[in-house]
Design a protein around this ligand. Sequence first.
Ligand code: SF4
Length: 227
Amino acid sequence: MNDKEVSRIFKRYGNLPITNALLAVIKNHDDEKLLEHVMYAIEENARRLLELVTHGHKVTDILHKFYEANEEITDYPPSTIQCRKGCAFCCHINVTISQAEAELIQEYCNEHGMKIDWQRFKDQRKLTEQTHASSEYKKCAFLKDNQCSVYEVRPFNCRNYFVITPAFLCDADKFPKGTVGTYVNVEKEVLHSAFILMLNKLGLPYEQDSMARTFLNLKKIKDNEKQ
Ligand code: SF4
């Protein structure tokens, strides 16, 4: 499906904001009916989420429930996926998140008495997609003893990143330009996209930026609120 056809269908659906992974799948797909089905599913999920918000749930509470729903989708072929416990190469790449996801992690850290490594975020602030892999500061601020210290509330892009090429290729020190093949689970990406759409409909920040910049912006907002 070419860019023109994709943008025609997107326009029909009010230019829904969707994840980059889902956009890539859509562009590679040549099935208009499937694309329409995906768009419909995103809207339906977002509509149900909005109802939850209007019933008084906090966005971070909904996000928590949403992560649980995301984990219940397991009908993908696990044998092709190389990701294993203790392998943390992908915790050294540039992970992007929304403000709501950062808020949930911050709440989790506060509840569990965990200190956030703000200095690491400051060191990472100016890194880009291109410069991240070769930076001495590339390690995620939440990676402790090679394990995710906020695993329960890790962002969508950490949850839904599945490598299908041999794991050694994930080593950014040896392969900084990235030669990794990933598997995209459409159902999970639909859920993530619905969450982005819900934020958008609520007028909340829905854009994703690097974890460092998102956390530092959130800190600035919270500090200003205190004044
Ligand atoms: S949040 Fe956790 S899973 Fe995601 S990059 Fe950081 S340490 Fe890894």
